[in-house]
Design a protein. Sequence first.
Length: 746
Amino acid sequence: MGRASPIVTSTNAGELSPLLAGRVDFEKYPNGATICENFLLSVQGPAIRRGGTRFVHEVKNSAAGRPLLQVFEYSVTQAYQVEFGDQYVRFYTWDAVTKVRGIIESSPGVPYEIATPYTIANLYNTDGTPRLQFTQSGDFLYIASPDYQQRILKRLTATTFELDLFQSKGGPWKSLNDTTTTVYASAATGTGITLTASSAIFQAGHVGSLFYLESKNLNAIPAWEVSKAITVGAERRSDSKTYIAQNSATTGTNRPVHTEGALNDGDNGVLWLYEDPGYGWVRITGFTSGTVVTADVIQQLPSQVVSSGNATTRWAYAEWSAVEGWPYAVAFFRDRLWWGRKRQAWSSVTSDYEDYSPKSFGQVTDDMAITVNLASGKLNDIQWLAPDRDLVAGTAGGEFAIGDLANGDPLGPANVRARAMSQFGSRAVVPVKNVDALLFFKRSGLEARETSYDFGSDAYKSSNATVLAEHVTKSGVVQCVFASEPAPIVWCIRADGALIGFTWNPEQSVRGWHRHPVGGGDAFVESISVMPAAEGDRSEVWLIVRRTVNGVVRRYVEYMERGFRIGDPQSSQFYLDCGATYNGSPTTTITGLGYLEGMTVSVLSDGAPHPDRVVTSGSITLQRPGSIVQIGLSCPARWRSMRIEGGANDGTSQGKTKRAHKVTWRLDNTGGGRFGVLVDGKSLDNFQFRKASDPMDQPVPLFTGDKTVDWPNGYDTDAYYGFEIDQPVAATIVAVMPIITVQDGR
């Protein structure tokens, strides 16, 4: 019989897969857990109980279906959560002075809303992933949807917004027509002009889209020449651009190349007015038939496409329309706004996010718009776009890196390439980025891939981020966000409504998964978002949670509170879900809890746990008056070690009968809890933190230090060490130090 005193020095390897139960030789095994629920894993090592979620507001219509949350971060001091519901958006924010989170109101008691075209069916794909994708620049939030033309949510003031169509200019264009079908315009400028085609090329779905027309024959207009007699009104072509003479004279020696206004071609020469670059475009505004539409001229049309005698075969559809389809992926990269659909990605002109012109006055320059085709043997559509060293495009069959062809030259139409970087295949879950690494999910949503660029090999390298905890993502991840402070955590929701976290710090080689059952029994997390907290000290996670309350389905907007910190009053501890706080004169009656009607709630009154209560008629009654009272749904936290390996006289302690005599728990600011093996049927004992010197009418002070306890369980072959807390108080596990006796025989 041997004795051992192993130590669990860190918990940040997270909850490990049952498939690793025998890998006591694995370096992360001692720092892993078989259960890690409602504990956050810190980079430093300890497991810290997560804060509860605070109730903000019920969504507009809980019965209508699942809304979508999206952050609108104008700055770190002005951020909003936007609730996309059935053809509306609502806005939540916090008051910079009071730090109170709540809904923006158009007038007292009336939530501020904007109408949208998006129905509930437009918000999510059939697999539960968001159907809308977003990217932001300053006051503008750009929205991509496969069902509708792109939109821009614009911030007008701190409390007013509007939703506008995203109207591109200059393209992007499909390939130039290669048939004999001709089109001519009724006028070169103006609104409500008519386009007439020689065959049925138009559809009702083209309304709202652009249409490109180019001169049928540039040689029909004579080229500008030196020393030629010109009469007023004559047209000449120079550098593919068309000019009209404003006087009668002989041409000079300065060939016209200007692109606006009028300039002389020399002293006493011809005054040339710029007319057009030989092409132009319109926006189709009305559908008459397959051969006739009305349109507004956006870029003046050349005279050589006006009237039936100038019908041209040189025309092109826009890439984006209800006929061709709308982009459904969007991202910023290299000061360009990129959109993606199927196997194509399009960028704007540099710094002009609405201009998709492939050329400027006939010339292709480095800053012009870019069209990229993702060449692959398989026809797999783009699922997302994410900026990194390159613009990474995730498709259902693999991942591509879109970037410059020649390093050192600016990214542009002549210097762009899309190369395959991996063939894992992606789900429509927009990746998150931490410093130089991206985290994305494969098609099933079960496996997360961590990818980063390696300068040595000039290639992207990828690793499986769920290989140690493949069980945590069961049912598939459908949404994820990244909270950078205080610990870098990727928060994910699964298709079954479970909330999970991934502490991710590649710099310190910290990667650990943890699960977060949300209080409330049937609680189902439907959407997640993150924004800077009002206090500026952390990232704040926001949720939409579906709950059954008093027999009725409710959907609540909630956000995760921070945990207890040194210097906080104990009464401020908030470890309850869907909770609320009473702060006022001492009272035994707490009202305003109708949103939890009929539910059993846990209570912390002036820093001390209070017996549970049932909400009746929107209120509860306390045993004794309280002035700061936290009320909400219990969200127990549990942690259980891997099977401890302490060795034995003849080798391993695995599979051998063993018993812990004493276990020392190193804790930090912990207010309660029980210890044991956390296996059904096994008893748990309470930690005793109250000392004889502590006043009986005050809450027990939070404990920091080593707590040695007699172990409540007998001999077994597992030797798990577990911690559980269901009281609404703080808890942090720093280390565990058991003293075990191992029998040499089996």
